[in-house]
Design a binder for this molecule. Sequence first.
Ligand SMILES: Cc1cc2nc3c(=O)[nH]c(=O)nc-3n(C[C@H](O)[C@H](O)[C@H](O)COP(=O)(O)O)c2cc1C
Ligand code: SF4
Ligand code: FES
Length: 547
Amino acid sequence: MKPKRNQIRGLAITPSVLADIKIILGSPPFRRDLLIEYLHLIQDNYNHISKAHLVALADCLKISLAEVHEVASFYHHFNLIQDSKQTTPNLTIRVCESMTCKMFGSEELSMNLKTNISNNIKLETVPCVGQCSNAPIAVVGQRVIEEATVENVLGCKSYTPQIPSYEKLAPYIASGGYGALKKCTDGILTRSAAVKLLSDSGLRGLGGAGFPAGKKWEIVRQQPSPRYLAVNIDEGEPGTFKDRTYLESKPHQFLEGMLIAAWAVEAHKCIIYLRDEYAACRQILIQEIKAISVAFPNGLPSIELRRGAGSYVCGEESAMIESIEGKRGIPRLRPPYIAANGIFGKPTLEHNLETLYRVTDVINHGSNFHASHGRHGRTGLISFSVSGRIMTPGMYLAPAGITLRELIDEYCNGMSPGHELKAYFPGGASGGILPASLADVPLDFDTLQEHDCFIGSAAIIVLSDHDNVASYAKNAMNFFAKESCGKCTPCRVGTKQASALMSARSWDINKLKNLATVMTDASICGLGQAAPNPMKSVIEYFKEEIS
Ligand SMILES: Cc1cc2nc3c(=O)[nH]c(=O)nc-3n(C[C@H](O)[C@H](O)[C@H](O)COP(=O)(O)O)c2cc1C
Ligand code: SF4
Ligand code: FES
């Protein structure tokens, strides 16, 4: 039976809610792919999304309530409520519970906040918000509180993001910025020459997988048009904050690289997917995209900025594309690959922010720019996000192949006083854990496999003799269990089972090893495949802590 007018499958549309929603969403036509953007608009306005809002939104988009609900409930940042009359807190305080923040007391902070906050404040524990060098971190509304304490969190009176000082368009252009793009668009460099330059530079994707960038461009260029460029600024890997650091200091170097890549593969549209946690970056991007569209009124591809909604798996490239299309961020089965079948089924070049940032360097300085750096037989540069038990945590651009010991001594001013190196995560929560005895291994793509680890996004978390390594591996597994999208059983069930087994004082090593094998072999995306890595490292290197 067809639903009656003013009803969506038996649920009445509230005319006043529908009218309000239409004001919030702006003028029609409403786009199905903007569903997540619309949910953000509603939530920003009311601090929650009620059932009546979902019904009205479904009506605006002419889709079923079930479709709207399944998307809204997938993302952690949407606060869904049944009844719009229900009172909801008007402020949310989020406390990061990931590894580095745990190291600096986030559990105690959460407990103490819980006993001190009033009813109109919602307290949530959340995974890494990409600010690890100033742990522990709390976020009050959208205001990041570094080295958070009960006093500075409750004393915070401004809930909007603090915008750091960064290089704006005029000084960027004054120092030669957008010269590399001009070289391309003026025909000084042909598209094939640009692709060759990139291939010769050896630049590899810096989102974690390390796929050669030039090769990716070549593959996408061979696909029929129209083509898209998608930019991945989801930066959800716990411990990683390099993309934010670049965006908050030199946004135009990234934007220039993005425009060069779009030119090279003749993409008509660039879609930038930014994690919701980076509210300051969002304002910077809105402002600077506007600035370039005024400065270069002709010939720019269209640029759209999208807002993630608190889902780590959306950093996986095909999940990100699903999310861009306004769906749940569930990774696709491959083939087909996104280079041939990406956004709306069209060929898509997807890159991490830093990869595009480096493209500008390569076009400006030539293919040797990367190859001339490196150490211990490795070539290139790596942006390490370093946090934990060191004197000066931060993001450091260092030669590929540098060892952890060198990184700590030369860039981080040594270990924190009274701390002796015990272990380190070389690649965030996914990359496994290495013991101090392997602090002299060159850090790069392909150098850590023999130790069952990988460098990924180069998020280094340093642990000392004050730390129990197994408890950090468990923290990582809990994170994967919460973030698993649930599509495949080995990941959905495996992460939860492993998490439970890792809570025991003595681990059931055989069971955990079997679980690890099934998860690695049978999960369809990198989340489930990599989730067992920290646990396997503890079994290999820190048995005394778990038996
Ligand atoms: C679970 C998961 C999360 C990921 N998160 C990110 C991310 O936050 N940012 C990113 O650039 N790549 C992330 N990736 C890697 C992307 O799938 C993809 O390889 C990358 O965006 C390609 O860009 P690149 O070639 O410039 O590295 C993730 C992969 C997986 C499996
Ligand atoms: S491995 Fe996990 S996160 Fe990836 S698709 Fe399967 S269930 Fe989803
Ligand atoms: S901000 Fe807390 S671990 Fe990254």
